[in-house]
Design a binder for this molecule. Structure first.
Ligand code: MN
Length: 544
């Protein structure tokens, strides 16, 4: 053994060499399923398609498009994605009920490549507390539903929900049985975000030893971030032998969220010597994907978020700035361009409709003529007020325009007067679902308060503002401002966002969008989520 070898064992980060050939790491993106279970997030069918197309562009292997049995809307969205999105395998989630599996199979029927993903809670607390089933019943149900799924699709994933709190011996039996029944991917789910990296690795290695058949299938990890450990647990899972990681863009999801896929992707890219795997990602699409998901979910990305945060490539301290000017590598392990974070100036006042269409196409938007017409009007308005229209401005415009389709309330006119020695006053005209256009005037503590009071008086939806945030999309005095709001109605949160060079207008748009989402969710009824779905009783109450 040479001196270098001994160093390499002790310090793999610095010295270990990457293997000649990296093994493929499958990425299953569940932004549209687990991500949509984030409080306040509801994607429209259009939103889902836009995200799915972008995920395909990013290069995810499997898109978990939804949970078809949970609602007619979800069924339709999975069907549309299965029909229209090319490249990735399209997966649907299904509980271990016959009707769920059949519904999932129907929704996926037109996909070129499809996967049925069946799951059931295997831990005592899930079996007894939620499912009211014995160990033997959960075992039998798991196997029979894997078999049923297999009768529709070759590609079948089985998830043991709440893996981390399941009796290990029993878990090994269930997994072995499911592999024999035909599961091709076995997903280990830290559903409650309870695992620590060491224990998680030991459990996976122990399972490999107990269940030799696991070597013949893909082992997957699905981690939640309740302790901020989702990325670490996913990475250690790879070290333990997992070759699929599940997660969401920006780490959105139930409670503290899922594994942030952009973090896993960059960690394995920067450390081939540690993980020995490679994703199929086009990493330059990471920033765009992050922004799209942020816009459509209404969940802002925190500035210090790894890889895709606004500050991820910003340097403040003098010594850092000095180093960066001399050589970026002194304080940066990746370059902004590597993840698509570099901004590009694109269009100006004189750019025509053709240029706009070309640029939007390059950004991945597919607009029909009607949408393009509206986007062009907005673009011209913006270009009049702002010298340079950047990609990020365009994204904001398109995100705004795409919301138009499913709205119950439409903001037609807003005029605000405010200033020193003036009572802030807002005049608002809205088009209501009845087709009637109504106008009112309200006073408020400030211009936004006055505007919101006027809107409230017109739409008559009882909601409570839970969150209000303003962000500048681009730098400079003429920046486009983005407002995100979260509205609480009947205990549920609905998010809205709006963008405009006028912050009051952006705030009004955001509020109206949140109200539209309240109206939409009221019309479609309560959604069924895996966490609310345990008992069969719930299932029979759901109408298709
Ligand atoms: Mn989950």
């Amino acid at each position: 053994m040479s001196a270098n070898d001994s160093v390499s064992l002790g310090n793999p980060l610095l010295m270990k060499r990457a293997p000649e050939k990296l093994e493929p790491l499958t990425i299953l993106d569940t932004t549209l399923r687990d991500g949509e279970q984030s409080p306040g997030v509801t994607f429209s069918a259009e939103d889902k398609l836009a995200i799915a197309h972008q995920l395909a562009r990013l290069g995810v292997d499997v898109i978990e498009a939804g949970f078809p049995y949970s609602s007619p809307g979800d069924f339709a969205a999975v069907t549309a994605i299965a029909e229209q999105v090319e490249g990735p395998v399209i997966a649907g989630l299904s509980r271990c009920f016959e009707e769920d599996v059949r519904s999932c199979a129907r929704a996926l029927a037109k996909a070129k490549r499809a996967r049925i993903h069946v799951f059931i809670g295997t831990s005592p607390i899930h079996r007894e507390g939620q499912l009211r089933m014995t160990q033997a019943e959960v075992y039998e149900r798991s196997l029979s539903m894997v078999r049923l799924a297999k009768s529709f699709q070759d590609d079948v994933e089985y998830s043991a929900m709440d893996t981390t709190r399941t009796e290990p011996d029993y878990l090994a039996q269930v997994l072995n049985g499911c592999i024999e029944a035909g599961a091709t991917t076995i997903n280990l789910a830290d559903t409650v975000g309870y695992a620590t990296p060491d224990e998680w690795r030991q459990l996976i290695e122990w399972l490999y030893a107990q269940v030799p058949a696991m070597a013949d299938v893909t082992v997957s990890v699905h981690c939640h971030n309740d302790l901020g450990l989702a990325t670490a647990n996913s990475l250690i899972g790879i070290r333990a032998g997992a070759r699929q990681v599940e997660g969401c863009i920006n780490g959105i999801g139930e409670r503290a969220g899922n594994t942030a896929l952009e973090e896993v992707a960059m960690a394995v890219r920067l450390h081939p010597e540690v993980f020995g795997v490679a994703t199929r990602f086009d990493h330059t699409q990471l920033f765009r994907t992050s922004r799209l998901v942020s816009q459509l979910s209404g969940m802002m990305v925190q500035a210090n978020k790894a890889v895709v945060g606004g500050n991820a490539f910003a340097h403040q301290a003098g010594i850092h700035q000095d180093g960066m000017l001399k050589d970026r590598r002194t304080f940066e392990i990746m370059e902004p361009n590597e993840v698509g974070a570099g901004s590009s100036l694109v269009l100006g006042k004189l750019s025509g409709r053709h240029a706009l269409r070309e640029r939007l196409a390059a950004l991945g938007y597919r607009l029909d003529d009607e949408d393009l017409k509206r986007a062009f009007v907005r673009f011209k308005e913006l270009a009049d007020r702002k010298r340079e229209v950047t990609d990020r401005d365009l994204e904001a415009i398109v995100a705004d325009e795409r919301q138009g389709a499913a709205e119950s309330f439409h903001l037609e006119h807003l005029q605000v007067s405010c200033g020193t020695n003036l009572r802030p006053t807002a005049t608002v005209r809205m088009l209501l679902p009845s087709g009637e256009s109504r106008e009112t005037v309200s006073l408020g503590d400030g211009p936004i308060d006055a505007t919101y009071r006027a809107i409230d008086a017109l739409v008559q939806v009882e909601g409570e503002l839970d969150e209000f945030a303003v962000q500048a999309i681009t730098a400079g005095m003429d920046a486009v401002g983005e407002v995100t709001v979260r509205l609480r109605h009947d205990g549920a949160l609905s998010a809205g966002r709006g963008a405009d060079t006028d912050i009051i207008v952006a705030a009004a748009k955001a509020y109206v969008q949140a109200l539209n989402r309240v109206a939409a969710s009221r019309d479609s009824g309560p959604r069924l989520t895996p966490e609310r779905m345990g008992a069969q009783k719930v299932a029979t109450e759901v109408t298709k």
